[in-house]
Design a protein around this ligand. Structure first.
Ligand SMILES: NC(=O)c1ccc[n+]([C@@H]2O[C@H](COP(=O)([O-])OP(=O)(O)OC[C@H]3O[C@@H](n4cnc5c(N)ncnc54)[C@H](OP(=O)(O)O)[C@@H]3O)[C@@H](O)[C@H]2O)c1
Length: 268
């Protein structure tokens, strides 16, 4: 049985990974800064920002699936320095494969969080411990959360021409599990959702699924970050491995919440 440390085990992806890794025969050690007391796995306390618990977390494991991140916090401390700490401890412990989950477009779109993800990818590739880097596109639930934050506004100002390729988090987790072996894969083929959509279309479908009638207005956003998203740098249509579309995900998520309404403004 492969002994596997899962960082970020309480997160969106980590929660989908825990049962899948167990089903695939891994003996899972799940890590969090605040482990639940009645979890379904062996839980350990780990804080990548200050390094506490790192050595104990990697002791006796074969594989590390590294899905911890701090997109809204100090991502330099967690994603860059924390990954370096984890790699050093994993090298010392003789781990066979550190699998790092990254994001499609981190090398193209100069968001500060993406720059930190790119630095973490490089740390994995330059480390003494063998590794795997898998890039994934945005999860449906992440986009849902962003749009949910807007939903009370009377008008939704959005960069409607951004292009995204949302993926079901379960399908992303399946791809991660495939590479969670004692054979490091290096940089493996990325993984995207089934279709590339403009944010305008994404927001319009969301509005219908929620039974809302807010106008969506195009917000022109200057700069390289917006330019990258408009150019589709965060997408990989050639790697559309997911099967769950945004419409289907919305139907499952919001089902009977509200009738689809006639949009009062049409996004591009
Ligand atoms: N969200 C997306 O759409 C998306 C798309 C593509 C790739 N990804 C990548 O997938 C991975 C997982 O993302 P996610 O959306 O599942 O993240 P998430 O839901 O925000 O979860 C973040 C996880 O990181 C842990 N964490 C945060 N700070 C930590 C620290 N100082 N020390 C140790 N653990 C810490 C949190 O655990 P505790 O709070 O319990 O400590 C939590 O389990 C990330 O690498 C992300 O870049 C995400």
């Amino acid at each position: 049985m492969v002994r596997t440390l899962l960082t970020g085990a309480t997160g969106t992806l980590g929660s989908a990974l825990r049962p899948r890794l167990a089903d695939a025969g891994h003996d899972v050690r799940a890590a969090s800064r605040s482990p639940p007391s009645d979890g379904d796995a062996e839980w350990v306390e780990l804080d990548l920002a200050d390094g506490s618990g790192v050595d104990a977390a990697v002791a006796d494991v074969d594989v590390v699936v590294h899905a911890a991140t701090a997109p809204r916090g100090d991502s330099e401390a967690v994603d860059v320095r924390g990954t370096e700490r984890l790699l050093a401890a994993a090298a010392e412990a003789g781990v066979a494969n550190v699998l790092y989950v990254s994001i499609v477009g981190v090398d193209e779109i100069p968001l500060s969080y993406y720059e930190h993800k790119l630095a973490a990818e490089r740390a994995v590739e330059e480390s003494d411990v063998p590794g795997t880097v898998l890039r994934v596109t945005q999860f449906h639930s992440f986009i849902d959360g962003l749009l949910g934050g807007l939903s009370r506004l009377p008008v939704w100002p959005l960069p409607t021409r951004f292009r995204l390729q949302p993926i079901d988090v379960g399908e992303a987790a399946d791809a991660v599990v495939e590479h969670a072996t004692t054979e490091p894969g290096g940089r493996v083929a990325p993984c995207g959702g089934p279709e590339v959509l403009t944010l305008g279309k994404i927001a319009s479908a969301y509005r219908s699924a929620r039974g809302l009638r807010r106008p969506i207005v195009r917000l022109p956003v200057p700069g390289n970050v917006a330019g990258g998203f408009r150019a589709g740098d965060g997408t990989r249509p050639d790697r559309a491995v997911g099967t769950v579309t945004w419409e289907r995900w919305l139907a499952e998520r919001y089902g009977s919440e509200g009738p689809a309404t006639t949009p009062s403004a049409s996004p591009s």
